[in-house]
Design a protein around this ligand. Structure first.
Ligand code: NAD
Length: 737
């Protein structure tokens, strides 16, 4: 049989080995061709008497990342055209069959009458793990690199090729729902303990194990196709089921605020599917899947969190023609909170670090942070002590600038003070190589002005990390007026090596992320002054899709920092540039009550020592001469205020040329400050409702709440024709449509 994406061999025992290895790709993915060939193979196995069964494995270092999401999007995008030519009913039928092809194919494999097994090494995710679930036997390699999982929820989808049905028939319902909701990757031992796979074995042994099973089980059937099969958590309508479903519904609402249709579809598919025989259950799952595939949330999330994020990570914004940088040693100046974190992520990526501070003790303190983080990993079983030793050996501490001599890149993270930064630039440039790029991690000082201290401003750039550095995925690369392509390429190469997602932003006060997020925090302050109950401010923000409320967030980043930024803005730009109400709230907290946030245990919340949960500070009441009754407040308008005030700032950054690529605004807003991911990001939020509606909303809010909601000229112009940001600005309009 001629196959492109697989090879099929038969051994003398009659066991076929189907090896998946797509020549054109570094990772196997499910494409139309893969589906066609898998179908051919199943049919061939069934009609060939010499074949007793078939083991599916991968010829690559990983099994597969799952379905090609762009293919899934294409399936749903042909609908409108077909409606025109064939009518709605036929178009929908076509779409339904197309979107469930994988599900039908896997069921065909499962019921073909001959045993199939999967022997899996490396990553096996999404549609690929659904393939394994449809096999009658699953062996995982016990390697550190092996992970299984169904992460579809992370891009607004859900496992629609039988995943919800098979997982819920293998595991207790509660565990199955958790797995589907979280989309986490699961290690071999945990997968075995959960009953998701039958066996773990060494990579070398896994095919032999699958074969041994197969030779003893010539007529394999899935458990749910056998007489007497019982659901792991008993029937849905049973006393046990009643213990599961009402809380499951409540947990779903608590975790999603009903913002994620895919999460709801998981609940519905499992709830309805478990009451039906498998074939019908799969059909129910397929119906929900098509709905989700066509949802705005899925298309926005796929675009931002899968396609755009992937493109940015692969260097979409890297200047063409600059050769790849080979970095061996990175110099980090300032071993405080941020410098220590940057040293850790860089050393983790295998780079050598020279960590410099004012004295050796301070530098050692910074290095100790890496010791702590690695020790935490060891405690969690994610690293070995040899890994920690090796990582620490890569970090050299010093207080002597001469040690920076051989560094290939410098990242500065000293105090946020112009004079100190200027001095550091001079000292470093006196020793480093002529072509070495110097990056500042400043959070507020414009890069163009800092570059004035450099004798090579074209090699001066901002690399703005977010805290905590080891957890936050985004890095803003800030381009000053004189920054050259070589420096941009160097910054992007570095960010790629340390496995973060970069966005390239032109220089301005607050850059991109902080500008938007400070507006969110300020909206929380203003609601407080208006008399909105503090708990309601926090909860409604989460209902809008933000990961934490504005008051909590301000506590985390420090209230005195927000106060300092406000004072600096006032000093530089004048009184009108800051909101007097927000200033009054910050004065009250910082100056009057020394409530600085989590760092001193006192902020908008009280942080009890020990393990007690934080509680909103009762003293906030003194900030509210007028107190509004929660029942009279318009929750949907409050939710919109939180998102609109950030999205509007994003629109301003586009008009000012700070953001030039819409993908970066969207990815940056989700990864940088958690902007409601289901919207696809701050710009997709505007495009999603249309610039006409968004601008009208801004105008309405301007009347009620003030000029901070005034739409900028660009928006007003675009609103006239409901022009979208992606339509107007995307480099590749077709890709973004
Ligand atoms: P920090 O106070 O924790 O650390 C600063 C470190 O710089 C200290 O260890 C200090 O000893 C050292 N230092 C000061 N002067 C020095 C000199 N002349 N030579 C060598 N070392 C010197 O501060 P941080 O929070 O790590 O912030 C550092 C930089 O990162 C600032 O520019 C800040 O704006 C920026 N930043 C901070 C955050 C954040 O959340 N903290 C986020 C993004 C960016």
């Amino acid at each position: 049989m001629k196959l492109n994406t697989f090879t099929l061999t038969l051994d003398t025992d009659g066991i076929a080995l189907l090896t998946w290895d797509m020549a054109s790709r570094s990772m196997n993915v499910i494409t139309l061709e893969v589906m066609d060939e898998l179908e051919k193979v199943i049919e061939h196995v069934v009609v060939t008497p010499e074949i007793k069964g078939c083991i599916i494995t991968s010829g690559k270092d990983s099994f597969s990342g799952g379905a090609d999401l762009t293919m899934l999007q294409q399936i749903s995008s042909g609908y409108e055209e077909r409606v025109k030519t064939q009518g709605k009913e036929l178009a929908m039928a076509y779409l339904f069959e197309g979107s469930r092809r994988l599900s039908v194919l896997y069921r065909k494999l499962e019921t073909c009458g001959k045993p199939f097994a999967a022997a899996i090494h490396g990553t096996c995710l999404g549609g690929a793990f659904e393939l394994a679930l449809a096999c009658h036997y699953r062996v995982l390699s016990d390697s550190d690199k092996t992970r299984i999982g169904l992460p579809e929820i992370k891009v607004g989808l859900f496992p629609g090729a039988g995943g919800t049905q098979r997982v819920a028939r293998l595991m207790q319902t509660g565990d199955a729902l958790q797995m589907l909701f979280k989309g986490e990757q699961i290690k071999p031992a945990a997968a075995k303990a959960a009953g998701l796979v039958h066996e773990t074995a060494s990579r070398e042994d896994m095919i032999a194990r699958a074969k041994a099973w197969m030779l003893g089980n010539p007529n394999a059937k899935a458990p749910w196709d056998m007489e007497g099969y019982k659901l792991p958590s008993n029937k849905v309508y049973s006393p046990a089921g009643m213990m599961i479903w009402p809380p499951a519904n409540a947990i779903y609402r608590r975790e999603t605020s009903d913002n994620y249709p895919a999460a709801k579809a998981i609940l519905q598919s499992v709830y309805e599917g478990l009451q039906l025989p498998m074939d019908l259950a799969l059909k129910v799952e397929s119906r929900y899947f098509l709905n989700i595939l066509r949802s705005k949330e899925a298309s926005m999330m796929i675009r931002s969190l899968f396609i755009s994020k992937g493109e940015l990570e692969k260097g979409a914004r890297r200047p063409a023609g600059v050769p790849d940088n080979i970095f061996k040693t990175i110099g980090i100046i300032g071993a405080g909170f941020m410098g220590a974190g940057i040293a850790y992520v860089s050393a983790l990526a295998g780079l050598n670090i020279v960590l410099l501070d004012r004295d050796l003790e301070a530098a050692e303190k910074g290095k100790a942070y890496s010791h702590k983080l690695m020790s935490d990993q060891i405690m969690k079983g994610r690293a070995k002590s040899a890994d920690r030793d090796a990582l620490l050996a890569r970090i050299k501490t010093t207080s002597d600038y001469k040690d920076l001599k051989k560094c290939d890149l410098i990242v500065e993270a000293v105090f946020e003070e112009r004079s100190i930064k200027a001095d550091v630039v001079k000292q470093a440039e006196a020793v480093i190589g002529k072509n070495v790029v110097f990056a500042s991690n400043t959070s507020t000082l414009p890069i163009t002005s800092l570059a004035e201290n450099s004798s090579r401003p074209e090699q001066f750039i901002g690399i703005h990390f977010f805290s905590p550095v080891d957890k936050m995925l985004l890095v803003e690369v800030i381009v000053g007026e004189k920054t050259g392509d070589k420096a941009i390429a160097a910054a992007l190469d570095f960010v790629r090596i340390i496995k973060k997602t970069p966005i390239v932003v032109n220089d301005c006060r607050g850059f991109f992320a902080n500008r938007c997020v400070l507006n969110y925090i300020r909206e929380g302050h203003l609601m407080l002054s208006e008399g909105v109950p503090p708990a309601m401010i926090e909860n409604v923000a989460k209902m809008a899709g933000m990961p934490v409320g504005p008051l909590s967030l301000n506590d985390e980043i420090a209230i005195d920092l927000a106060w300092k930024i406000l004072q600096a803005t006032k000093k530089d730009l004048g009184k009108k540039a800051v909101d007097p109400q927000s200033e009054a709230v910050l004065d009250f907290m910082v100056v009057k009550h020394e409530r600085l946030g989590r760092k001193n245990g006192k902020g908008f919340y009280d942080y009890p020592e020990g393990k007690g949960a934080k509680k909103l500070w009762p003293g906030l009441s003194d900030l509210q001469p007028k107190k509004l009754d929660a029942d009279t407040l318009n929750v949907s308008e409050m939710k919109q205020r939180f998102l609109v005030v950030q999205a509007l700032e994003a629109a301003r950054t586009v008009e000012e040329g700070v953001i030039t690529d819409m993908r970066e605004a969207d990815v940056g807003s989700i990864l940088g400050f958690g902007f409601a991911p289901f919207t696809g990001g701050a710009i997709s939020y505007i495009d999603g409702m249309g610039t006409t509606v968004f601008t009208a909303l801004c105008k309405k809010f301007t009347k009620t709440y003030g000029n901070r909601f005034k739409p900028n000229a660009l928006l007003v112009e675009m609103a006239k024709t409901n022009e979208s940001f992606y339509g107007r600005f995307a480099k590749d309009a077709k890709k973004a449509a």
